[in-house]
Write a protein that binds this ligand. Structure first.
Ligand code: UDP
Ligand code: MG
Length: 326
């Protein structure tokens, strides 16, 4: 009986994979590695695997990662052939992670790695998706915070699937969830929505999001705007976006002109009968039509991209991964 208990943890040692997407993170990576190493060394009850994904960085990110890999066999890496974006980089990680559960964490130390242990506790309790909700968001432009919250409340109202506000990609997922996510292979990825779409038993943990350790966020306002409408970056769809904007603009002008012409007609009379209403009607209808076409264009462009069935990412180099070892 006694012996059984002693042997059990060893034979049932759980493997935990940590997926870290990195884009131009040379400044923070050494610190990140130290934090992860300390964490792994302190918890040898688990078998660890860290997969750094270099998402086509232009700086020395890949050199750093390769050095970690040489120092520590628990560190693996995947280098993508160009910058595919964080969403796609994460899928590369999911495809190659071999753990019983998989943690996703940003490279910039905004998400405290030590929290993975707390998440693992809930995982042992049977939760399949343990996500961190930000109690504080770290240093962030005021406008971005406002827009982000507005965006989530809009999403919440317009979709059947709950997308949770103040929840990022920092989470621990059971293998079941990873297998589910790997089946979703669309090119226009919105992973945050996918986590919710797949379902499974969820548990929230609260975290204080730190400021970026160093370097700067690669998500500017326009990038986030794109992600918000499911991140369309290909230039083929750019004209459609302009059509939408033009539609909005002329609709706005039409509404403005309505007010101006009608007040003018009321106050000073109307020498050319019917002119204001005509102009307003033409502008309004034109604007609304363009807006409608733009929105339709957004959907058609997504269909266009998905029908090409291109791979979500391309790998230029990888090392240390389980599927390479044999
Ligand atoms: N990232 C990536 N590819 C990109 C942009 C970002 O892999 O094209 C990674 C980045 O290295 C970081 C994480 O995604 O680990 C979050 O990025 P960032 O800190 O710039 O975003 P924020 O925290 O401002 O939302
Ligand atoms: Mg960050």
């Amino acid at each position: 009986m006694e012996q059984d208990v002693k042997i059990m943890p060893q034979s049932k040692q759980n493997k935990v994979s940590i997926v870290v997407p990195c884009y131009n993170e040379e400044q923070v990576l050494p610190a990140m590695y130290q934090r992860l190493k300390a964490l792994m060394d302190a918890h040898t009850e688990y078998q660890w695997e860290v997969i750094f994904i270099d998402d086509g960085s232009q700086d020395a990110t890949i050199e750093h990662i390769k050095r970690f890999h040489q120092d520590d066999p628990r560190i693996c890496f995947i280098a993508l052939s160009r910058n595919f974006g964080k969403e796609n980089a994460m899928l590369a990680g999911f495809d190659h992670a071999t753990g019983d559960c998989i943690a996703i964490i940003d490279a910039d130390l905004q998400d405290p790695p030590e929290m993975i242990i707390e998440m693992l506790g809930y995982w042992h309790e049977g939760y399949e998706d343990v996500y961190a909700r930000r109690a504080t968001r770290g240093k962030e432009p005021w406008l971005r915070k406002k827009f982000s919250l507005m965006y989530y409340s809009l999403l919440q109202r317009t979709t059947q699937v709950d997308v949770l506000p103040n929840v990022g990609d920092f989470r621990l997922l059971d293998r079941k969830c990873i297998n589910a996510l790997r089946q979703l292979r669309e090119n226009e990825r919105y992973t945050k929505g996918m986590f919710c779409w797949i379902g499974f038993k969820k548990k929230e943990v609260l975290m204080n999001r730190d400021d970026r350790a160093s370097g700067k966020s690669s998500f500017n306002f326009f990038k986030l705007f794109n992600l918000a409408i499911e991140g369309i970056t290909s230039y083929t769809t750019f004209p459609l976006r302009i059509v939408t904007l033009l539609g909005l603009l002329s609709s706005a002008i039409a509404i403005l002109l309505t007010a101006v012409y009608f007040t003018k007609a009321l106050l000073f009379g109307d020498p050319v009968q019917g002119f204001p209403t005509l102009i307003v009607a033409i502008l309004l209808i034109g604007g609304v039509q363009l807006l409608g076409m733009g929105i339709m264009g957004e959907y058609i462009s997504r269909i266009f991209i998905e029908t090409k069935r291109r791979p979500v990412y391309l790998i230029s180099e990888k090392g240390g991964l389980e599927d390479d070892k044999d």
